[in-house]
Design a protein around this ligand. Structure first.
Ligand SMILES: [Zn+2]
Length: 133
């Protein structure tokens, strides 16, 4: 297991943008790190929020595609261990709209709509998986 810390320099008194300009870092490209879902395979735009955990398969794990079809994990594979613990679960569909205007740590929230269809599978589907060790 490898632990990777993602940290940011403390804000130096200005805005977040000023802090990023001063230090050359401090923001995450959330859309670039989203986890593709089966909905995406069907042509729908639906990606999960980036997780804080990456699962790396064992060198002896074998499969056909990265979404688990015809995949067989070797003993001691962290993804297989997680899936054994979770079992197959069904998630509910979500179709929500938040009009915006609320304030959070990051300022005034914009209006946003979230649509996810329901699906089922094991817990490892929520995390980025590295398939070729
Ligand atoms: Zn595996």
């Amino acid at each position: 297991m490898h632990v990777i810390h993602v940290i940011r320099k403390p804000l130096s008194g200005g805005t977040l943008a000023e802090n990023i300009s001063a230090w050359g870092c401090g923001a995450l490209h959330i859309n670039g790190a989203r986890i593709p879902t089966r909905d995406r395979e069907a042509g729908q735009v639906s990606n999960r929020w980036p997780p804080n955990l990456i699962l790396q398969h064992q060198p002896d794990c074998r499969g056909v595609d990265p979404l688990g079809n015809e995949w067989e994990c070797a003993p001691q594979c962290p993804a297989a261990d997680m899936d054994e613990q979770s079992g197959v679960r069904k998630s509910g569909a979500m179709d929500s709209y938040v009009p915006g205007g609320q304030y959070s740590t990051y300022g005034r929230m914009m209006a946003r709509r979230t649509c996810n269809s329901s699906n089922e599978g094991t817990a490892s589907r929520f995390f980025l998986q590295i398939w070729k060790p």
